[in-house]
Design a protein around this ligand. Structure first.
Ligand code: ARG
Length: 458
């Protein structure tokens, strides 16, 4: 029954068999396993190790296996450990003796590395597309709110006015770097390990370059030990996924905060919120909370595989079979997040009036008063001091700086003139920050154009 039964006399212990089986997890690799086997059979034929008739029989057999897997009629045997042996055994059942030649010069060690790389290349492409859709959704909301003021925060304290469009675009640029990381990950995965066999390289005259071309790889692995031993391509993906999860958790955290009664900056559509089983009035931003929460498992998966790989002697070790659950979990988690994020973003109602009102409160334009004094010739440190005293004075009287009469403001510096009130408005504060990358609506419009180009490219 087993592919390695020859040197064994005892049956496998059922608990050991269950413990070592990976079929439940690696079954999702079947399309790639079959693609790899089809190409391997062609390579064997090119090397004269299969007759053309045998190669054709194997190819037809593999296509039949593929159909069974695709339509759900394939009968799985968990006692055969993994997807590779399940496919091979069914092939042999279907076509007989030629099936036994497919594994010539190949090992499951180079086979799994191949399957994972093929799968990863596909995943990276999908993640790049998903990130692009998230960016597009953010861009649409940013375009509506290029000049909508809101309080900007540092230390979660109101700091200076920014525009909502500027805030949303920050995430578009973060996701642009995430896309670059996913693309770089795909590039690094684009190296073909097949032909490395168990560890030392196959003993047959396989044209690996032709095989790589056949499978759509850009290059062949230059060291067989490296090719069957490393999982850095998985780790790179997990690291990139963790960083994306971190970015999206911050976006989700902003929205969760903004939808509180205390902020009141945004409302979630009913379709993207849930209620409470006890408190009839509740509307919870569950989708955003879970996007925030799922970053935890994305980090955990990275640390799990790093820890599994640490200190493993070369070359292949069974420990490495443990890479798949965290790998696939991060794929599924990112897929799930990226599916729900764009429609959730589209459904938000931004309370821009309330944001505008909050943008002018809490001395948000105090820096603008200091900048005003600098423009009149006062060194910045002195201006900072003067404005600090004015803020204390206004705060004691329960007023904003802009509400103080000119004479009162002039008691702090005679450089202050009638034009000061215009300088203290939220719109003037925004307009002043016209540098590239600043929050002036004109600058945000420029950034929006740049972001659109980034999203459309690649
Ligand atoms: N299921 C194994 C894995 O996921 C495939 C390679 C197994 N090789 C071996 N000699 N047991 O890593």
């Amino acid at each position: 029954m087993k592919t390695w039964g020859g040197r064994f006399t005892q049956r496998a212990d059922p608990a050991a068999e269950r413990f070592t089986a990976s079929l439940g997890v690696d079954v999702r690799l079947w399309p790639h396993d079959i693609a790899g086997s089809l190409a391997w059979a062609r390579a064997l034929a090119r090397a004269g190790l299969l007759t053309d008739a045998e190669a054709r029989t194997i190819a037809d057999g593999l296509e039949a296996v593929r159909r069974e897997l695709a339509d759900g009629t394939f009968v799985f045997h968990p006692e055969l450990e993994d997807i590779h042996t399940n496919v091979e055994r069914r092939l042999t059942e279907l076509i007989g003796a030629p099936g036994g030649k497919l594994h010539t010069g190949r090992s499951r060690n180079d086979q799994i590395a191949l399957d994972e790389r093929l799968y990863l290349k596909e995943v990276c492409g999908r993640i790049v597309d998903g990130l692009r859709l998230a960016q597009t959704a953010l861009l649409a909301r940013a375009a509506e709110t290029v000049d909508a003021p809101m309080p900007g925060y540092t230390h979660l304290q109101r700091a200076q006015p920014v525009t909502l469009g500027h805030h949303l675009l920050a995430y578009v640029f973060m996701l642009a770097r995430d896309r670059e990381r996913a693309l770089a990950c795909r590039e690094r995965a684009d190296v073909m390990p097949l032909g490395s066999a168990a560890l030392a390289g196959t003993a047959f005259a396989i044209d690996r370059e032709a095989l790589a071309r056949d499978l759509g790889f850009a290059a062949v692995s230059p060291n067989s030990l490296d090719a069957v031993s490393d999982r850095d391509y998985v780790l790179e993906f997990l690291a990139a996924a963790a960083i994306t999860g971190m970015h999206l958790s911050r976006l989700a955290a902003d929205l969760t905060l903004w939808t509180t009664a205390e902020f009141g900056f945004v409302a979630f559509a009913d379709a993207f919120a849930t209620g409470s089983s006890i408190m009839p009035q509740k509307k919870n931003p569950d989708v955003a909370e879970l996007i925030r929460g799922k970053s935890g498992r994305l980090y955990g998966n990275l640390v799990a595989v790093l820890t599994t790989m640490k200190g493993l002697p070369l070359s292949y070790n069974s420990d490495m079979q443990e890479d798949k659950e965290p790998f696939f979990d991060s794929v599924d988690t990112l897929d799930a997040i990226l599916a729900v994020l764009p429609p959730m973003l589209a459904s938000l109602t931004f309370r821009t009036e309330r944001m505008r009102e909050a943008a002018g409160q809490s001395f948000a334009t105090a820096t603008d008063l200091a900048d005003y004094l600098v423009r009149k010739g006062l060194p910045f440190r002195q201006a900072h001091e003067v404005v600090g005293r004015a803020v204390r004075h206004a705060e004691e009287r329960g007023r904003g700086l802009e509400e103080l009469p000119l004479e009162e403001l002039r008691s702090f510096s005679t450089l202050i003139d009638a034009d000061v009130h215009a300088a203290l408005s939220v719109d003037a504060s925004l307009r002043a920050r016209a540098v590239t990358g600043g929050t002036a609506p004109a600058a945000v419009r420029e950034a929006l154009t740049l972001a659109r180009r980034l999203v459309d490219a690649g």
